[in-house]
Write a protein that binds this ligand. Sequence first.
Ligand SMILES: [Zn+2]
Ligand SMILES: [Zn+2]
Length: 376
Amino acid sequence: MLTELLRSIDENRESIIGSYHKLHNIPEKAWEEVKTSELLSEALRNSGFEVTENIAGTTGIIGVISGSEPGPVYGVRADMDALQFMMEGKAVNIHACGHDANCTMVLHAAQEIAKLGIKRGTLKIVFQPAEEALGGAEAMLDSGLLSDVDEMIGIHLRPIHEARVGEATPALLHGASCIISAAIKGAAAHGARPHLGINAIDGAAAVVNAVNAIKLVPTTPYSVKATKLIANGGANNTIPDLAEMIFDLRAQTNEAMEQLIKKTFNAIEQGAATVGAAATVKVIAGVPGAEYDDEMVNRAKGAIQAVLGDVLGPITTPGGEDFHYYATKGKIKTAYIGLGADLEPGLHHPEMKFNLDALITGTKIIAYNIYERLIG
Ligand SMILES: [Zn+2]
Ligand SMILES: [Zn+2]
């Protein structure tokens, strides 16, 4: 039956590529994936899925089919949003991160599986909004509709320097990222009487030095740097009493990120204190890094092996993905496949192109994973 499944996917090549073109031609930015969501929910419904739409007040959808025997609740997630570019003064949406490809592969794998019917457990197909805006995964989790999901996989195309078409990794290792804001509060004074004030710029300078001196265990890649500094007393001869700062933090593991955040808070507070200023520090955004379940990764490895004959080792990428909230916040066992597609010149490039053969390969890998878990 497994060979039949893979053959059926090959036979449906034109329909798979057709779906991709349809999705590619309706690029919608984060939280606005209305047409995309309609197209996907209709396709799922026509294939026998019970579909819930407008999840958590967004464009999110979940399609469900169940087997007759007990088994795991297995999730497959794809992100739906395109990116917005400014071109000649006009805002243009383009699927430059390949989320149209992710949706195509997950949709067709779901349809092939639905044709066979699942034997045990439940299959939940999750089309998530707003990955690029980094809020979609959390919105899907907050809906409560994924609280019964035990396991989940995802898939994303990789740029050519990471993997060629016909190659794939069962473990794409995204790093954690975090944005911290700091308000450094001093005291205003006349430029002629600086001893009566506290210069917020002095505070900010001390903070930058303190943050730049942070060290973590050097075997895990990490970085922290100031990316914004706004301080202005108004007139050129007044001592500014407020400096607003932003810091961008990266770390390859969630553990390292936790330490980095703690040290950054401390450096900002203590740095400001060296000049008598006070600091208000906040985490304003971020995503966790990859945290995979060994068994899930092994099963994904088996699927890649079966479809491609060979498996790439883990690929480390400094980029972030909100998929990892499903593991850290949702407590779901996950694996995430990085799929080679001869993709050039790169993700998030408005002229991004890839070899469409990857869509067939990716559909097979996803379908194989589901088959193994819920049918075979
Ligand atoms: Zn992206
Ligand atoms: Zn992406």
